[in-house]
Design a protein around this ligand. Structure first.
Ligand code: NIG
Ligand code: FE
Length: 412
């Protein structure tokens, strides 16, 4: 099956090869105006300018005329907690009434609230809830996604979540990466026995995860009142011993040392980064670790945004992700993530699009499959409604500017 998209007003993020973008490179977004794109069996086969299109000898199973429309590689959402049961809008109202995220967590709300709900749900129920969310975010342009466990907090609960993610991987048309986040918080029974819970993670959960190949990455919520830097390092090293690379929750609420630990253990990414100082930014800039910014979590929790400008100016490699979860970002809309990054963090539209596509792909080690318009990559694409420029996307935030989404060469 060969499809051609013709008369594309602007084909965005065309790259012959992919490399992780850092610092100034993020502002360089290659585009082709008045372009065509050929897709063969779900894979990008060719692209170029309309003037060069000599297709007299070729026949296509399907032709789509994209006059006035932009074609962008699908969003690569490298940090989500898509598997959960129930919602937490009561906490949202409590916050409006003055309670902080930390206060809600201390009262047994927060992650533990979702843990209680998750433990009541069957694997099948969790699968269908997550499947619906997966379909929803695909319609919003997400074409690759990372999903974490972390609401089970028991051997049974964590394995249940990871098996749900494995089933999502098996059934989904978009690439999915699974992250084990047993160290999300301490379950009530281990509130005073941190050592005991970490032993449970290391001795009971990780061996089964390794045996059943249930995860690609290991994550720890490195934060004051949760897992400290030493505990984080121990858990990361235990994960690495069974082949799981770290991707950490770091520096969300405090200077937790999470970024330092992440760099020390060679983490693929350190995520959140609301709370940073110059020293930490410079360490990150001089490392191979990606800084993943989650601005919708800062937005929803009314926290200061991540210092994107300082990070980029220091030369960091930045990705953007949604953090889709019921507590701090009950939305997986990457279009809003991109808009918010421009509006509140002063990222240029080009920087935000690169961070949400190619660098997001790198933050999931999916750079050979997705994240740019490159021959051989999956045809996972966003086809916008007719728009006047790329900047129009974040500028008109909240407006749905997606006309069509293509996954592996098929319109969904
Ligand atoms: O990434 N901060 C820790 N974990 C999530 C929130 C989880 C929750 O509140 O359910 C986050 O923001
Ligand atoms: Fe998160």
């Amino acid at each position: 099956m060969t499809t051609i998209i013709t008369n594309i007003s602007c084909l965005v993020n065309t790259r012959e090869e992919s490399h992780l973008l850092r610092g100034k490179e993020l502002a360089e977004l290659p585009v082709i105006k008045d372009a065509y794109l050929i897709i063969e069996d779900g894979i990008i086969a060719d692209y170029g300018i309309m003037d060069d299109l000599i297709h007299a000898a070729r026949s296509f199973s399907e032709t789509y005329d994209a006059t006035g429309q932009f074609v962008i590689p699908s969003w690569c959402d490298s940090h989500t907690h898509l598997v959960f049961s129930g919602s937490r809008e009561q906490e949202f109202v409590n916050k409006i009434n003055g309670l902080s995220y930390a206060e809600i967590a201390a009262k047994g709300g927060g992650v533990l609230n979702s843990t209680a709900k998750l433990n009541q749900a069957t694997e099948e129920e969790l699968f269908y809830l997550a499947w619906d969310r997966l379909q929803e975010v695909q319609k919003l342009g997400t074409g690759a996604i990372e999903i974490k466990s972390g609401y089970g907090l028991s051997v049974e609960g964590e394995l249940k979540m990871l098996r749900v993610i494995k089933e999502l991987k098996r059934k989904s048309k978009i690439p999915i990466k699974a992250t084990f986040l047993g160290a999300h918080t301490y379950p009530a029974a281990y509130k005073e026995d941190h050592e005991g819970y970490i032993n449970l993670i290391v001795d009971e959960m990780l061996p089964v995860i390794a045996e059943e190949r249930l995860a690609d990455y290991i994550d720890v919520f490195c934060e004051e009142g949760f897992f400290n830097a030493e505990e984080t390092e121990r858990i990361c090293r235990a994960g690495m011993a069974v082949g799981l690379k770290p991707k950490l929750h770091a520096n969300q609420l405090s200077l937790s040392g999470g970024t330092q630990v992440g760099i020390k253990v060679g983490a693929l990414s350190v995520d959140h980064l609301e709370t940073l100082n110059e020293e930490t930014i410079s360490l990150l800039a001089n490392s191979n670790t990606i800084g993943t910014l989650l601005p919708t979590a800062a937005f929803f929790l009314r926290m200061p945004y991540q210092p994107a400008r300082q990070l980029i100016d220091a030369g960091c490699a930045i990705a953007l992700a949604s953090d889709f979860n019921p507590g701090s970002s009950p939305s997986g809309n990457m279009n809003f993530v991109v808009a918010l990054s421009c509006i509140q963090m002063k990222m240029l539209p080009e920087e935000a699009i690169n961070a949400a596509t190619i660098n997001g792909a790198f933050a999931m080690e999916l750079e050979d499959e997705v994240g740019s318009i490159t021959k051989g990559k999956l045809a996972n694409l966003i086809i916008t409604k007719p728009i006047s420029s790329l900047a129009y996307l974040p500028y008109s935030f909240g407006t749905n500017l997606i006309d069509k989404v293509m996954i592996k060469g098929e319109f969904i």
